[in-house]
Design a binder for this molecule. Sequence first.
Ligand code: SF4
Length: 455
Amino acid sequence: MSLKVLLIRPRPHKETIGLQNVMICEPLELEYISSNIEALGHKCIIIDMILEKRPISYFLERLKPDVVGLTGYIAHVNIIKDYAKQVKSFDRSIVTIVGGVHAEVNPGDFESKYIDYIIRANGIRTFIEILNKIEGKENKEPECVYHKGAKPPKKETAFKYLYPDRNKVRRYRSKYYYMFHRNCSLIKTSFGCPYNCKFCFCRQITDDQYFARTLEDIVCELKQIKETEIYIVDDDFLVGRERILKFCDLLEKEHIHKKYLIYGRADFIAANEDVIRRFKQVGLRAVIVGLESCDSKQLDDYNKRTNVAINEKAAAILKRYDVECYGTFILGLDWTKEDFKALYRWIKKLGLIFVNLQPLTPLRGTEIYEKYRPRFIVREDEFEKWDLAHLVVRPDNISVRRYYWYTILLYYLITVNPASAWYMVKKYGLHDTLKLSVGAFKVNIQYFKKLIGGR
Ligand code: SF4
């Protein structure tokens, strides 16, 4: 028996302060599910609700699936539950399955009479096992499905699956982008991160384990990708200088001419200027760097294992090789106006234009969750507000309104101002700058609503 499986990527709630205004990336995890279950004879369709204008009911009516799979992050929990309810209202016999990083760390959040299976670990394998059970090929319950009170299952430490089926989202592909990286394709080459920053949720997903695919396998996958812009979505791609140098050699040897956006740590960049120079020669275009703070004490508190001097050196190296630095920062909950000003001065000194400012958000599962829990000002079931942009903890020294106001100001002074706009127009063209500006404007409007509402 072959099953018809509908996989859905949700559209964020209107309350969620939206990165989707400046980036929409392909649903890689669903493309992996698709290729791996179709190889077993099932039929799969992916719909991307960020880009779809039609409601879920339209697709249910047209496709009449046997199984619906849903995935998302913490901010999508209520949306996913609502989708599952719509599915069951349409036809109770459709089996609903939820997976994704939030489901793996906090599966209980998805408990609902409309959801049949919550995948707790090893998503692709478990999805296949669930389909086998539905088909009657297996009697026993899949090992990594969530059961209240049961011990968390062991997570895989190797990744041996078929490549994602990128054709499944062919009709959306031209709309996928990350800021100025238009028609951007995603690839994942490693899982987890060898570091242990206290605020980091990524670590929880692989139970603090780190493992990587072979470079030969990655290069083979890259050759099959049509797009030039590649976004390597590893938590940290710059792990091990020998691996990166070998990757560069392989790209050259195989005549792969693409442009890369990656995540990397400041300490690696600062200590390996030659690697950045080499990577630039074969296509490195931008690095998202968790700079986090301009205060070494705060970096220590986060267990970041870097300091301000390292951050400054890393930013200078990227600038030297004309590699864009997208700096991500954590705004402290004990900050005053002076701290916001200090960060502004420091970012200006570094010459950064693209920043992501996140108030410290103690997600459940991280080391800092319990410490801040008594001070939450956003209910834990208001998942749509847990987007790393809302202030979820009452700040120590200033009001919530002031906090949002200083955040908006900081964004304006760094990114959304005439000098930065001129830099972007010169480098990326008027069309792309205008598009990004419209997205940034929409994000600002959302922040202003927070400011007016005061929470
Ligand atoms: S913040 Fe970055 S470096 Fe730190 S643990 Fe998370 S992924 Fe690793």
